[in-house]
Write a new protein. Structure first.
Length: 383
């Protein structure tokens, strides 16, 4: 609904072009915009005013023909098209006399993206009694009706999901490519772990993955954490940072015949994604025999909770992120159900206790009144 402001001017000859476009608030996927009319029409044949808002990422050509029209209750189609939204404001006598400020919400935008928007007032049904020439009745707004554009940028957002489809292989006679960075602030526990590996046979582990489905910008790095000791905190795991443009990296000097626990996350310029659940794999022996990813019975987000056997490996197994989301949702739903069940039990106990107290109080009150009445009737009430 339009807000009330000022006293509008009478309709002058020519088109009414919206002015003073503003962006009042911006989120990661929405923007609240507003505009004003320099003057209001004297009369209007339609029961409502109709505006069109077009918005698009600024890297697109404003004049491109790829246009998508959306009603006012639907959102944007995102990048790749110029989106047009129809906004309808009911026409009333109060509106014609008092209001010239309008606002709308643009939804379905992409995070961390620059947009421009413009507004056009559909004026083919305006009636100017002082003019004898008829205005065009075309269903398409004339290009001259559009306001100047106003730019804005949506709020940035971390990647919504972690890397997916993680695979582990063990190439032979491969010199690991240096497409990762080791953490500069290695802890003492990491140095201890490296020293214990010196006597073991070292192999190279090749880690491959697919990027998150919702990156919300360019991935600049992948964070890789791994350890042989599941009882350590995640901050004490060994850390590698792979470049954002790569989809695999080699982890050299890994101990043979050893079980490793691994987690990954993706990072854009706004922050890091959630971590993957714990991924477990066993390296082959010194002869290159065995090794592969361990298929766990369920999803774990804390390696310290893993109590099942880790002896069976599957060389062709890959960690699928779709099952992660399903298991996480079911786990969360189960926890919520348990919490709700406990709350209901306490509510029932409280109701029973409260009802018991009320019944006892009523019984005591009734007995007191009966005794008092009996004393009066027998004349033994103390005076």
């Amino acid at each position: 609904m339009p807000s009330v402001t000022g006293t509008p001017k009478l309709l002058s000859k020519g088109l009414i072009i919206p002015v003073n476009l503003v962006v009042r608030a911006v989120g990661a996927s929405w923007a609240r915009v507003g505009w004003e009319l320099p003057e209001m029409p004297i009369t209007y044949r339609s029961p409502s005013l109709v505006f069109q808002i077009k918005y698009y990422p600024i890297h697109l050509d404003q004049a491109r023909a790829d246009v998508t029209v959306r009603p006012s209750n639907e959102g944007s189609t995102g990048t790749g098209v110029v989106t047009i939204v129809n906004i309808t404001v009911p026409w009333t006598a109060q509106l014609s006399k008092q209001s010239k400020l309008f606002k709308a919400m643009l939804r379905g935008l992409q995070p961390a993206t620059q947009y421009e928007f413009g507004v056009c007032m559909m004026q083919q049904e305006l009636e100017d009694r002082g003019r004898h020439n008829r205005m065009t009745n075309s269903g398409e707004p004339t290009e001259l009706c559009w306001s100047m554009v106003q730019g804005f940028e949506t709020v940035g957002q971390n990647p919504a999901d972690p890397p997916r489809n993680i695979r582990v292989t063990f190439p032979k006679d491969v010199v690991a490519k240096r497409n990762f960075y080791a953490a500069k602030d290695s802890t003492a526990s990491q140095n201890t772990e490296k020293s214990t590996q010196a006597s073991a046979e070292m192999i190279t582990v090749r880690l491959s993955w697919d990027p998150p489905r919702q990156t919300y910008g360019t991935i600049i790095a992948y964070l890789i954490y791994f350890t042989v000791d599941k009882h350590k905190m995640l901050n004490d795991w060994l850390e590698r940072t792979a470049l954002g443009e790569v989809r695999q990296t080699d982890l050299p000097e890994m101990r043979s015949s050893e079980v490793y626990f691994l987690r990954m996350a993706a990072r854009n310029r706004h922050g890091a994604s959630p971590f993957t659940p714990v991924i477990v794999f066993r390296t082959p022996d010194a002869n290159g025999i065995g090794g592969g990813m361990v298929r766990l019975s369920k999803v774990y987000y804390d390696a310290r909770e893993i109590e099942e056997s880790l002896d069976q490996t599957d060389p062709d197994f890959r960690f699928e992120s779709n099952s992660e989301a399903v298991d996480r949702a079911s786990h969360t739903s189960e926890q919520q159900n348990n919490t709700t069940r406990e709350q209901l039990q306490w509510i029932i106990v409280g109701c029973v206790l409260g009802g018991t107290v009320v019944i006892v109080l009523v019984a005591v009150t009734v007995l007191f009144h009966r005794c008092h009445y009996t004393g009066h009737s027998l004349g033994i009430v103390k005076r």
